[in-house]
Design a protein around this ligand. Structure first.
Ligand code: B12
Length: 207
């Protein structure tokens, strides 16, 4: 991990963030490794927000800096040939965080999955409709707010009640989600990052 990048991201110092990302990229560091440092910086931003050192404006600013930084990866969004099947994902209703979800989308696409991104604040009905329409083997639910854990639980239960749960694995992810949350909401897997997600999905589809 790049300490300089983690610290610059946490301090919301956009100039240094962009300079360091560019320099790491020039030295051949993989985008996912760079994202790890950015993500670490974002979790410090989160902690500063919690302790009231930062306010909502800083959270908004952090999202902007993060997005500017990932633009420097350019070619990362190259879509694969979708040879590995369909992956439906979205951020659960009442939650509008999408940076992590968008990274997962990009990385899954570049690993040969067709990704149907339902966006943010996605209702249970929309998840169910997408499962019926696209018949994915894996469904991903992003959740960054502890207040939305019950929404994820409700959504997974509704997928089961609709008779669709046997055919799909449900992966969940997002900053505050851990194994205990996974058990609570009855997900199959908790993914900590985009690379984990790719690994699990490849396992599920047998590649
Ligand atoms: C940026 C940010 C925002 C931005 C989001 C912008 C955007 N377009 O997403 C804005 C300013 C909008 C925002 C708003 C709010 N936020 Co906010 N936010 C953050 C912050 C600082 C960073 C999140 C982030 O993008 N991280 C970087 C990405 C790359 O990491 P990630 O999301 O974890 O994703 C990775 C993995 O988790 C995984 N993953 C993620 N999703 C998925 C999905 C699947 C299917 C899989 C398999 C894997 C996976 O892979 C990703 C890549 O490695 C976090 C702090 C934190 N520690 O997360 C707080 C945080 C999540 N926010 C928080 C809060 C409280 C809020 C607000 C309620 C604030 C307010 N008072 O209004 C609102 C809620 C709005 C809403 N209804 O959703 C709290 C939540 C606390 C809690 N207990 O729930 C946090 C934890 C900050 C804190 N410590 O207090 N926020």
């Amino acid at each position: 991990m790049s300490k300089r990048l983690v610290e610059a991201m946490a301090a919301l110092d956009e100039d240094v963030v962009l300079e360091e990302v560019q320099s790491l990229k020039n030295r051949g560091v993989e985008p996912l490794e760079i994202i790890e440092s950015l993500q670490e910086g974002m979790s410090i931003v989160g902690k500063r927000f919690e302790s009231k050192e930062y306010f909502l404006s800083e959270l908004i600013m952090s999202a902007e800096v993060f997005n500017e930084a990932t633009k420097l990866f350019g070619g990362m969004d190259k879509s694969g040939k979708s040879k590995n099947g369909v992956f439906v994902l979205g951020t659960i209703y009442d939650d509008i965080h999408d940076i992590g979800k968008n990274i997962v989308t990009t990385v899954m696409r570049s690993n040969g999955f067709e990704v149907i991104d339902l966006g943010v604040d996605v209702s249970t009905a929309k998840f169910i409709e997408a499962i019926r329409q696209y018949k994915p083997k894996v469904v991903g639910i992003s959740c960054l707010l502890t207040t939305c854990f019950d929404n994820v639980k409700e959504c997974i239960q509704a997928i089961k009640d609709a008779g669709l749960r046997n055919g799909v694995k449900v992966l969940i992810g997002g900053g505050p989600i851990d194994e205990a949350t996974g058990k609570y909401v009855k997900a199959d897997i908790v993914a900590k990052n985009a690379q984990n997600t790719v690994d699990y999905c490849k396992q599920f589809v047998g590649v």
